[in-house]
Design a protein. Structure first.
Length: 282
C-alpha cells in the first residue's frame, strides 16, 4: 500500500452492498488517517434526453446525499463524495488512479444507469492499478485472521505484504496458504512411489511457503504470521478458508498457469464464492 496520505476510493450506488463497502473503507481508513473518496457514477447523458436526464440527476443526487450522510454517521472526518459521468468501470478506474485501494460491493442495483453490478469487481480487479477489495458478508462474525493465497510468485508476495500491512492496523493473524496440487487417482494410491512423490511435493510446498513468509515476518515482526501447505485446488482451499476469515487476499496472477492463481480462474472463483471480503492485489 502507499503512504499514509493515500486515498481509499469507494464505488457507491446506494445499494446495501455498496453501503457495506463504504463502511469497510471508512473503518480501514481510520488507523492511518487516510481520506475516503466515495465515487458515484452516473450516465454520461450525451446527448441529453429530457425526462431521462431529470430522472438520472435525481438518482445521482440521492446517492450522493446518502453517501455524504453515511460518512457523517461513521464519523469519517476526511471524507469526500464525488460524482462522475460515464461507464462505471472506466470511471472508477480513473478515480482510483494513485489510490491505496479501490473498494466495491459484491453486487449492486443491477443494470440501471450508473449502478454497480457484480461484474464491476471482476473488471476492476483485472484492470485497476491498485488493490481492489470486493466487500462480501463475513460468515464468521468473530473471525480474527486474514488468509492469503501464496505460491512463491512476486504477485503473491505483494498479496502477503498487503495482508501484513493490514494486520498491523487490525491486530489480526495472517495465514499464508499454499495449495500445491489437486488430488488425482494416482496420487491417492498407497504404493511406495506414490507416497514418496506426495511427501516430496508437500515438503517443496512447505519450503516455498516458509521462505515467502520469512521475508514478511522479518519486515513485520509484530504481526502474527503463520503458513500452511495443503494438497487441494487453490480455489477450493481459499473459499474454504474464507469461512473463518475476515479477508481473503490473492495476487492478480500467479507463478504460472498450473498454480491457477490467474485472474479469471482462482481470483474469479474466490470473488464469486468467498464468505468474506476479498482483496485482489497487483
Amino acid at each position: 500500500m502507499a503512504g499514509g496520505a493515500a486515498r481509499i476510493v469507494v464505488g457507491y450506488d446506494g445499494s446495501p452492498d455498496a453501503d457495506a463497502a463504504l463502511v469497510w473503507a471508512a473503518e480501514s481508513a481510520a488507523p492511518r488517517g487516510r481520506q475516503v473518496e466515495v465515487v458515484v457514477v452516473g450516465s454520461a447523458m450525451d446527448p441529453v434526453v429530457g425526462h431521462f436526464k431529470e430522472a438520472e440527476d435525481r438518482t445521482v443526487e440521492r446517492r450522493r446525499s446518502a453517501a455524504r450522510g453515511r460518512l457523517e454517521e461513521l464519523g469519517t472526518v476526511d471524507g469526500a463524495v464525488t460524482v462522475r459521468r460515464g461507464p462505471t468501470v472506466p470511471e472508477l478506474l480513473r478515480a482510483s488512479s494513485g489510490a491505496a485501494m479501490l473498494v466495491v460491493g459484491s453486487s449492486g442495483h443491477g443494470l440501471a444507469a450508473g449502478s454497480l453490478t457484480g461484474s464491476v469487481s471482476q473488471h476492476a480487479a483485472r484492470h485497476a492499478g491498485c488493490p481492489v477489495i470486493t466487500v462480501r458478508p463475513t460468515r464468521a462474525a468473530h473471525a480474527r485472521r486474514i488468509v492469503v493465497g501464496i505460491d512463491g510468485s512476486a504477485e503473491s508476495a505483494k498479496a502477503l505484504r498487503f495482508a501484513c500491512e493490514r494486520a498491523q492496523d487490525t491486530g489480526e493473524r495472517v495465514t499464508g496458504v499454499l495449495a500445491y496440487a489437486s488430488p488425482t487417482p494416482r496420487s491417492l494410491g498407497l504404493d511406495d512411489a506414490d507416497i514418496d512423490r506426495r511427501v516430496r511435493r508437500h515438503e517443496d510446498a512447505e519450503r516455498t511457503a516458509a521462505e515467502l513468509c520469512a521475508g514478511c515476518a522479518a519486515e513485520f515482526p509484530e504481526v502474527d504470521l503463520v503458513h500452511e501447505a495443503i494438497g487441494v485446488r487453490p480455489s477450493q482451499l481459499l473459499v474454504d478458508c474464507s469461512a473463518t476469515a475476515t479477508l481473503v487476499v490473492v495476487g492478480s496472477r500467479g507463478r504460472d498457469a498450473f498454480t491457477e492463481l490467474l485472474l479469471g480462474s482462482v481470483s474469479q472463483h474466490v470473488l464469486q464464492h468467498a464468505e468474506c471480503p476479498v482483496a485482489v492485489v497487483r
